[in-house]
Design a protein around this ligand. Structure first.
Ligand code: URA
Length: 210
């Protein structure tokens, strides 16, 4: 396994991923479970945040304790399915800033083309967590990561619910410096670009559009 890839295999995550994969899970349940998973993933990917000392007073006495150092994080969602991951992450990280990047696939070149980008002005000073539930071919995530680096981002992590081996290979080849976190690595990508066994089209399952 590539060293910069972490499979988040906490039993709660594994259980909840099974619920997401199940075709009988309703749209409402899917959204709720994805929110719970995203919160748990945010907890895992922020393990190495730096702390700094702070002096406070408890009701009983002064104390030196610690709090998070530096600027708050930024979560960047790859539209549209990335938004399904945002809610749960913001439950845990309510002060995080949020950015959005929209990409579509050009039918001729088959390459992702940016149609929307909105980032906080000071995104370059923040740890950015880039989110997209499905790392399929890896092209959208790799393009989004490149765009963030172009905007000056130096501290970047990528988080998805499920990854295909092909997506991991593409992303890690282009961004060996970006830690990648996933709930599972599935068997393969099919001819239509779906992850197998997967969970189907994440956007459709979040928003009930099919
Ligand atoms: N995007 C999805 O939503 N599902 C897949 O299986 C692959 C890409």
């Amino acid at each position: 396994m590539v060293s910069n890839v972490t499979v988040l295999d906490h039993p709660l995550l594994r259980h909840k991923l099974t619920l997401l994969r199940d075709r009988n899970t309703s749209t409402g349940q899917f959204r709720q479970v994805a929110r719970e998973i995203s919160l748990l993933m945010a907890y895992e990917v922020t393990r190495d945040l730096k702390l700094e000392p702070i002096d406070i007073e408890t009701p009983l006495e002064p104390m030196r304790t610690e709090h998070l150092a530096g600027k708050k994080l930024c979560i960047v969602s790859i539209l549209r399915a990335g938004n399904g991951i945002l809610e749960g992450m913001l439950d845990l990280l309510p002060s995080a800033r949020v950015g959005h990047i929209g990409l579509y696939r050009d039918h001729t070149t088959l390459q992702p083309v940016e149609y929307y980008l909105k980032l906080p002005n000071d995104v370059a000073d923040r740890l950015v967590i880039l989110v997209d539930p499905m790392l399929a071919t890896g092209h959208s995530a790799a393009t989004a990561a490149a765009r963030l680096k172009q905007a000056g981002v130096r501290m970047l992590k990528f988080v998805c619910l499920l990854a295909a081996p092909e997506g991991i290979a593409t992303f890690t080849a282009e961004h060996p410096d970006v830690p990648l976190f996933t709930g599972a690595i599935d068997r393969e990508l099919d001819a239509n670009g779906y992850i197998r066994p997967g969970l189907g089209d994440a956007g459709d399952r979040f928003y009930g559009t099919r």
